[in-house]
Write a protein that binds this ligand. Structure first.
Ligand SMILES: Cc1ncc(COP(=O)(O)O)c(C=O)c1O
Length: 411
């Protein structure tokens, strides 16, 4: 079959090279920067070729709902970075998880999911997929035995996110892959928090890796995007036909933005992760702070696992609990958390993460606000918790920003 050509990069090209080079061959004009193909459809030389392309007898671009050169450049580049054969881009990170469900599950199937995943992911599995007869059991992020106990004969998918948001709990990808494969199921990992710059879940046995491209892949808070990476067989046979029918396509413009974001991914994420660790160590020293969560801290319960799994880095997200939780109850804790957030002048008060601008948020009332109190408690998200996603500002300015609120807290 005639295929869309590939670039002739050396087979052993390393990730930093692939991040700026992988994609499609340049067009007839020899452009050095990847082109943005803003076109809904593609013209065929004659009717017979059009028929061959519609019948999938020749691989070519036909219609941008299911194929666009700029989107394909992003897909090829992300697959190369994740170490997978293929990738399919989606309109958002939630669109990527929905595509996983639509493509792999049917009524009567069972899913096992960490109870510490992103709030909307919990809602998607617990409420939306349940409408179609798919049942989900939520289990501990860190206790592999709980995942094992939850396995049923109809279990088809295990879904994990590591590190988790906002507690940065780390799950053991290799151990979960074993549980999944022994059960004849697939393991999908949300790799949003680390990105392939720090962690490649397929190296530990995961079958699928999903992304909110909105986060570190773009890295500059500009667009909403998503993707699922996996084997060519899974992507081509299971995902592509569903995408064609459901149309949760990534726009060419957003694909172009994220494609260019990938070029600086590694240097951004490593710098942000190093800064986050320093900030976490500093926060641990502050008397107004009850507890700090960052996988790079030796006090983190899965520190050793995180260092093995995440290229020795903790990632750019740091959460902490301001004092007042035990003494004054959840109301005082919430007031204190709001005070710290509202006292900042540099940080952006927004629930997004992975931006070069540091963001600060109160997970219990924002990213996890749609959960019931019981679901929040199970996920360990208390009212005194503040989450930072560290950007590229000078660390001293971030410390000054936080001490403004911490230093003037009500007892
Ligand atoms: C870990 C994680 N997964 C998935 C998503 C969903 O991504 P999107 O907002 O691009 O739909 C988010 C978004 O905040 C997230 O933090």
């Amino acid at each position: 079959m005639k295929k869309i050509p590939r670039l002739s990069l050396p087979a052993d090209a390393r990730p930093d090279t692939l991040a700026v080079r992988e994609g499609l061959p340049a067009g007839p004009w020899g452009e050095n920067s990847e082109a943005l193909f803003l076109t809904s459809s593609f013209v065929h030389p004659d009717a017979a070729t059009a028929a061959a392309r519609f019948a999938n007898e020749e691989e070519a671009f036909v219609y941008s709902r299911f194929g666009n050169p700029t989107v394909m450049m992003f897909e090829r580049r992300l697959a190369a970075l994740e170490g997978t054969q293929a990738c399919i881009a989606t309109a958002s990170g939630m669109g990527a998880i929905a595509l996983i469900g639509w493509s792999l599950l049917k009524a009567g199937d069972h899913v096992i999911c960490s109870q510490s995943v992103f709030g909307s992911t919990i809602v998607l599995f617990a409420r939306e997929f349940a409408k179609f007869g798919i049942e989900t059991t939520f289990v501990s992020q860190t206790e592999v035995a709980e995942w094992q106990r939850a396995v049923r004969p109809n279990t088809k998918l295990l879904f994990a996110e590591t590190p988790s948001n906002p507690l940065t709990e780390v799950c053991d990808i290799a151990a979960l892959a074993t549980v999944a494969h022994n059960a004849g199921a697939l393991l999908a990992v949300d790799n949003c928090f680390c990105s392939p710059a720090l962690q490649r879940p397929v190296d530990f046995g995961a079958d699928l890796v999903m992304h909110s491209g909105t986060k570190f892949l773009d890295g500059q808070g500009r667009v909403v995007a998503g993707a699922v990476c996996g084997s060519e067989q899974l992507i081509e046979e299971k995902f592509v036909p569903v995408m064609r029918s459901t149309g949760s396509t990534l726009s060419a413009f957003n694909a172009w933005v994220v494609l260019k974001g990938l070029e600086t991914l590694s240097i951004r994420v490593r710098a942000q992760s190093a800064s986050a660790l320093q900030l976490a160590q500093w926060l641990e020293q502050q008397p107004q702070v009850e507890r700090v969560f960052h996988p790079g801290l030796e006090s983190h319960p899965q520190h050793a696992l995180a260092m093995r799994q995440q290229s020795g880095c903790g990632g750019a997200v740091v959460s902490f609990i301001v004092k007042g939780h035990q003494a004054g109850g959840p109301e005082l804790a919430r007031r204190n958390a709001f005070h710290v957030i509202d006292s900042t002048k540099v940080c952006s008060i927004t629930a997004n993460l992975g931006d070069t601008k540091t963001t600060i948020t109160h997970p219990a009332s924002t990213s996890h606000g749609r959960l019931t109190e019981a679901q929040r408690q199970a996920a360990g998200i208390t009212q005194g918790m503040v989450r930072l996603a560290v950007g590229l500002e000078d660390l001293r300015d971030l410390q000054a920003d936080l001490i403004r609120g911490l230093g003037s807290l009500a007892a």
